[in-house]
Design a protein around this ligand. Structure first.
Ligand SMILES: [Mg+2]
Length: 389
């Protein structure tokens, strides 16, 4: 089998809001075509125009190969060998950042082709079932432009997630710091009020997590809030401080009463080695597309398994990325949850319409996928509707 063509779809919802803390508004979807008619699908979570150019750009020497031109004519059934060749051959421009995000989308599509060619779902290629089903947590970003509006919206989404059967939910309380949702800059005690209200609404049984999107300027400020949050029984608190402050993460690991989670931005397993060993992180959150595809994500799972840590994949894109997370989780015993944006609670047209049928979450569980490969089919109408030049 040979790769014959790569299509890159840059997608954007028309009502995107540049003040929102949500990357679900745009997307890069790749399709890798083969001479035997199989087509693999991949997705990545970064600036889609930049990622597309990383794929299309020509190479001029052996330290800076072009990704697309290197793939044409290659055998798609060897995704790991291809990843190594492209990672090594693009090191001068790549190694981290957008090139790895682009490689991740391509790697996802290659595993999709491999699964389809062998007639098995990707989780079987990753080592088989490590758990009987996958547990999604409903990831809840509020609407509204003021804190009061977002507070009310989050409470409403917690109740609706519970009605939809989710047994776990994450509150996006991005009210401070450089990536606040809608530009809010609120006092730390407003986060405590929000969590207290959400715990009361959810009751004691529901698992709750909180994402503050790098809200706090340093680890000691973060620790003060983490200690105050202890009574609300959070499963983890995500990205409390700047991702490059590894010593701060290690300090929080030693002192926080709540697990610390991070890693949504990281590229390659090397960055997770730093987070796990220097940052002593409790919960590693690789995004399959962004970390470098299944080839890198499975190495992150091994890093977590070797150290007794947890993996909870990040996913804030479409049903394509969710499918990737589910395949990874199915084959990973130290993965208690996957991030899941319920379509019913998402405002993004990409999340709700990009694939024709998606892996269903029923009663707070996702059954192991049975369709070969990734198991998703693109909705051509949605591709046409959201396509960007
Ligand atoms: Mg996050």
């Amino acid at each position: 089998m040979k790769i014959t063509r790569i299509d890159c779809h840059v997608l954007l919802v028309p009502d995107y809001d540049t003040a929102a803390c949500s990357s679900a508004q745009d997307d890069l979807v790749v399709e890798i075509h083969t001479d035997e008619g199989l087509v693999g699908i991949g997705e990545t979570d970064t600036n889609p125009w930049v990622a597309r150019e990383c794929i299309r750009a020509r190479g001029t020497h052996c330290m800076g190969l072009g990704l697309e031109e290197s793939l044409i004519g290659a055998d798609p059934l060897q995704p790991e060998a291809i990843y190594e060749r492209l990672y090594s051959g693009s090191k001068m421009t790549g190694r981290r950042g957008a090139v790895i995000c682009a490689l991740g989308a391509l790697d996802m599509a290659l595993w999709d082709i491999r699964g389809q060619a062998l007639g098995v779902p990707i989780w079987q290629l990753l080592g088989g079932a490590a758990q009987p089903h996958v547990t999604p947590y409903a990831s809840l970003l509020p609407t509204g432009h003021t804190r009061k509006e977002q507070h009310a919206s989050l409470l409403d989404k917690v109740r609706r997630a519970q009605q939809l059967g989710y047994q776990a939910a994450k509150l996006e309380i991005c009210w401070s710091g450089p990536y606040s949702h809608g530009g809010l800059q609120e006092r730390d005690d407003t986060i405590l009020e929000m969590v207290a209200a959400a715990r009361e609404a959810a009751g004691p049984e529901m698992t709750l997590m909180v994402d503050v999107a790098y809200a706090w300027s340093d680890a000691k400020r973060a620790l003060r809030v983490l200690k105050a949050l202890e009574p609300y029984d959070l499963f983890f608190l995500e990205t409390p401080i700047d991702i490059d402050d590894l010593e701060g993460h290690a300090f929080l690991h030693e002192h926080s009463p709540i697990r610390i989670a991070a890693g949504e931005w990281q590229n390659t397993h090397f960055e997770f080695l730093d987070l796990a060993d220097r940052g002593k992180l409790d919960v590693l959150q690789p995004d399959v597309g962004r970390v470098g595809g299944f080839t890198e994500a499975r190495k992150v799972c091994q890093i977590a398994a070797d150290r007794g840590r947890l993996v909870v994949p990040h996913c804030w894109k479409s049903a394509i990325g969710i499918a990737a997370s589910v395949h990874l989780a199915a084959a990973t015993s130290c993965c208690p949850f996957v991030e899941f944006l319920p379509a019913e609670l998402s405002e993004s047209g990409l999340r709700t319409t990009l694939v024709t049928e998606e892996i269903p979450a029923l009663n707070g569980r996702i059954a192991l996928p049975t369709r070969p490969g990734l198991g998703v089919t693109l909705n051509r109408d949605a591709i046409a509707r959201f396509a960007q030049p």
